[in-house]
Design a binder for this molecule. Sequence first.
Ligand SMILES: [Ca+2]
Length: 270
Amino acid sequence: MKRRVIISRKQKTIILALIITVTTSIIALALVNNDFSQQNPILYTYEIIESYNHDEMAFTQGLEFDEGFLFESTGLFGESTIRKVELKTGKVLKSVSLQDQYFGEGITIINDKIIQLTWISNLGFIYDKDSLELLSEFSYPTEGWGITNNGVQLIMSDGTSTLFFLDPETFETVKQVDVVDKEPVINLNELEYIQGKIFANIFLQDKIAIINPQTGNVEGWVDLTGINDEDRQDPNKILNGIAYDSETNRLFVTGKRWSKLFQIEVNRID
Ligand SMILES: [Ca+2]
């Protein structure tokens, strides 16, 4: 005699819920495995918290905040410098000129030393942070654009979509990631490492990419349109320079030949 299996309405509901849960999980897993997992980047706008004077002759290529002072690298052949700047006044406290054949680019400070890149000379300089005395040099095979560090490694851009992670003692490349927002994001320029993410100026754009250092995925975009309208007539006067004071959580931005440097807050656009 056959026994009929009788399923109650409640049991049917439970089975249906189980089927839906399992199906959803399988779809989610498939999406992850197919690398569709990248979320759309979060969009941010900005609010100016404070404005400071900035040397409008400074062709800013690198910017960093360290122990109460700004450190800045400026570019162009025959005009490149490394300098220490007072935040409140914009006054240049110390400045050392590069030889005329070098075009200064990004800087970062690690172990009380300033690391400075040059654009197309495949040569970087190492300075004492306090005296700005040149201590030594190092070489690298790519162009030099921006540089920052995560406390352990240097992170460098070369104008492509690739970020290079370098050992700060040997300057060997230990890792590289390609920066992507659905397609490669090229022209990565001045960099800043902020709370586990890499902030990157994009050459010729009023936008900063927020990059996951592990995956290279752009997780956010900060739209800085209009922050410096007074200088927008000159294509050389572009946004370039991000610095972060980790002690007070202050974010600073400026640009090439800008007369102002801004402390900003970024706010999510909902
Ligand atoms: Ca920077």
